[in-house]
Design a protein around this ligand. Structure first.
Ligand SMILES: Nc1nc2c(ncn2[C@@H]2O[C@@H]3COP(=O)(O)O[C@H]4[C@@H](O)[C@H](n5cnc6c(=O)[nH]c(N)nc65)O[C@@H]4COP(=O)(O)O[C@H]3[C@H]2O)c(=O)[nH]1
Length: 697
């Protein structure tokens, strides 16, 4: 403290005495003296000047000294020198407020004595202040240590605990008053980490001053806590470690988050199965193992059929629930060390390892597991109060391959899966060479067809059916065309099979039926469609098997208001070979509405009279391949003759398809065929073109 700054408050009303002290102090020119002559002035000075030293004349009037010393004025946070009279006053002061004063100076002392005392007082005071500052700092540091959320501990040079802060005690389960001095640094760690502390941390801390690392602490209840820690050596003045201190942070939460992040990096968050990244790691490992142990393995690529529909119609919660349940079912179906992964979306992979070395046996085993998985997936799933049935297409590829690793294998299994889809879904296919080209062609077409649906690129053409006797139009067959933006009009033979295998046929078929009905309704309204004409619409086997096929047809008939008896559905014999009874049921329902049925391409399929008899069929359409050569090939002519005779016998109508020449027409007429269709009369044309034929009829 600068001497010049010394602020002295002299509480005294004896002018002579005041002058003397003043002179003395001013001679020193190092003090600033404030004089208070009464209680009021003393109070003000205490508040305003913050004196460093107070000189009080004990024999002041009005009990001023008593008031000051008894603390009535305020806390005197500086040394107080009592200027007292002869020695007899001392006991009175003592009894009054012990500790309130610091020095007694007798008034009979000389001023030099007083000055001397003042200097001594100030020296003491400065010393005291320094000490107080140091302890203040210590106290502050201590309170910071106690408040810090990290564990802080001090150990002596022999490693015995000397201090542990609140956070440390809390972390390890020790109470605040528990004596830890018997415990050594290494006692706070499980054995394996105590070893690291002894052999690595302490030597390093001694050598380099400090050691940092991640360890685990052992709590009082023998739990372990992951921590990050710094161990510091504090050296004595003349060398050697005086003590160690350590700061330790509990990183359990960080570890948990880190583990979660690591888990998420390699796992699918929804199902908990491993993800694509980890799948490749696992598969590479399995391939290497199969090569080492001369084993066979298999990759099953599982893709759910029409899963998007579940998400779109029942919502993502239901979709998620389905995925989770399927993940569980797949896991339950394989051995514990077989890998099940989710690639994302509705795609799963199973890696089967340790299959028999014999490829055929391995394939058989893989096929069995795939079939079991397929069946398990197809079981009814309850999700978000819905009962859902999902099917899956599964592709299988065996490994090790002659060439290629995990990527090629998954690619093969993927191709096989697409093949299974192309086969009508809900099935299994093994990868074979050459499969990729066919599948990718099919896929490209499928993608283009989906676009065609979205962009309404389909058109309907109409081909007249003609009564042979009078040569007049008796109806029409509806034929779809794909009006491709670059390739122009594409005939159905090129895309109907892809629509069928991808199940897009249901959407397109429904569109054909609806559009044709609207067109028919218009012709009826225009009065150009006669009541005994028939509009024939092709129905694919797949479309026919749709659960809501009949309901969809009924809806359209009602909506468009067409006369149902003018509608005819062209089906092929394939429709009935799946489930004859079901086919009969559907046909009867539609028949009851008034809709007629014709068997298309008759003669090319089973042509079994047994089932034709049971079906509510009205018309047989003779396939054009017989008509084509009937004038030159006797066999074809006799087949056509037989079909016409048989139809007549069974009370069925007949339409001969693909009539291109007058000779064909004449021969058909002579055989008693009632109707025909073909380029000879007119090729398929647009609705406007066909309308002209109707107007001319
Ligand atoms: N060579 C020759 N051909 C003639 C002659 N007259 C007609 N055709 C063709 O013969 C096919 C008759 O249709 P389909 O047997 O039902 O055979 C149809 C039918 O099975 C299917 N199809 C057409 N439209 C649809 C549809 O909307 N839905 C479904 N599921 N299948 C359809 O595609 C097949 C082929 O249809 P298109 O290419 O339009 O071929 C039509 C027609 O253009 C002729 O004098 N000579």
């Amino acid at each position: 403290m600068d001497k010049q700054e010394l602020n002295i408050l002299l509480v005294e009303d004896n002018h002579v005495y005041v002058e003397l002290i003043k002179n003395t102090l001013e001679n020193e020119s190092a003090y600033h003296l404030t004089i208070a002559e009464n209680l009021q002035e003393a109070r003000e000075s205490l508040h305003e000047k913050h004196p460093d030293l107070i000189l009080i004349d004990f024999f002041l009037p009005d009990g001023l000294a008593t008031d000051l010393l008894s603390g009535n004025v305020g806390f005197l946070d500086c040394p107080v020198v009592i200027l007292t009279g002869p020695g007899d006053a001392t006991p009175a002061i003592h009894s009054m407020n012990a500790g309130a004063w610091d020095y007694l100076v007798k008034t009979e002392s000389t001023l030099a004595d007083i000055t001397h005392v003042i200097s001594r007082v100030m020296r003491d005071w400065l010393h005291y202040l320094e000490k107080r500052q140091a302890t203040d700092m210590q106290q502050r540091l201590m309170s910071i240590l106690e408040a810090t959320p990290d564990m802080v501990a001090i150990f002596d040079a022999d490693g015995f605990a000397q201090y542990m802060n609140v956070a440390g005690r809390k972390l390890l389960g020790f109470s605040q008053d528990q004596n830890l001095s018997e415990l050594r640094l290494t006692d706070f760690y499980p054995v394996e980490y105590a070893k690291i502390i002894r052999s690595e941390a302490i030597p390093n801390a001694i050598r380099k001053g400090q050691w940092c690392g991640e360890t685990e602490l052992l709590t009082r209840s023998k739990d372990t806590i992951p921590v990050s820690q710094v161990l510091i050596s504090h050296f004595a003045e003349f060398g050697g470690v005086a003590f160690f201190s350590t700061i330790i942070r509990d990183i359990s939460e960080y570890k948990r988050v880190q583990e979660k992040i690591e888990f998420l990096a390699y796992h699918d968050s929804l199902t908990g199965l491993i993800n694509r990244t980890q799948l490749h790691n696992e598969l590479e490992r399995e391939i290497a193992r199969a090569l080492r142990h001369n084993e066979t393995g298999a990759v099953l690529f599982i893709d759910l059929d029409h899963f998007k529909k579940i998400n779109d119609t029942l919502g993502h919660l239901a979709g998620d629930s389905v995925l989770m349940q399927i993940a569980l079912a797949l896991k339950a179906n394989v051995r514990r060390d077989d890998v099940v992964a989710r690639l994302g979306g509705d795609e799963f992979i199973i890696i089967l390892s340790g299959l028999p070395i014999d490829k055929a046996k391995a394939a058989e085993k893989a096929g069995e597991i795939a079939e079991k998985s397929r069946q398990d997936i197809a079981k009814i799933i309850h999700a978000e109060s819905h009962r859902i049935q999902v099917t899956a297409s599964i592709g299988i590829a065996l490994f090790p391959l002659l060439e290629g690793g995990s990527h090629e294998l998954i690619q093969h299994a993927d191709t096989a899966m697409y093949h299974a889809k192309a086969q009508g879904r809900n099935g299994i296919a093994f990868y074979k060479q050459g499969m990729s080209d066919a599948v990718s062609r099919q896929l490209k077409l499928e993608v283009a067809l989906r676009k065609a649906i979205e962009e309404r690129q389909f058109r309907l053409y109409y081909q007249a059916q003609v009564n042979i006797d009078n040569g007049r139009v008796s109806g029409a067959e509806v034929l779809i065309r794909w009006n491709h933006p670059e390739l122009g009009i594409i005939a159905p033979d090129e895309f109907i099979s892809v629509l069928e295998s991808s199940a897009l046929i249901s959407i397109v078929g429904q569109w054909v039926f609806e559009t044709a009905c609207y067109q028919l309704a218009q012709w009826v309204a225009e009065g150009i469609w006669k009541d005994d004409y028939h509009l024939c619409i092709n129905i694919s086997p797949r479309q026919f098997r749709d659960a809501d096929f009949t309901a969809g047809i009924e809806r359209v008939v009602k909506k468009t208001g067409v006369p149902a008896h003018c509608l005819e559905m062209e089906i092929t014999e394939n429709i009935v070979i799946y489930d004859l009874d079901k086919a009969i049921e559907i046909m009867r329902d539609l028949h009851d509405l008034g809709i007629r049925f014709s068997i298309d391409d008759f003669g090319t399929g089973y042509s079994s009279l047994r089932y034709i008899k049971r079906l509510p069929v009205n018309v047989l359409k003779i396939d054009r391949t017989f008509i084509q050569d009937m004038c030159t090939e006797k066999d074809d002519a006799s087949i056509v003759d037989t079909i016409i005779a048989m139809a007549r016998h069974m009370g069925l109508d007949v339409v001969a398809e693909g009539v291109e020449t007058k000779d064909q027409l004449e021969l058909l007429k002579s055989l008693g065929c009632p109707n025909y269709q073909g380029y000879y009369f007119s090729p398929p044309g647009t609705a406007d073109e066909f309308k002209q034929l109707l107007l001319a009829a």
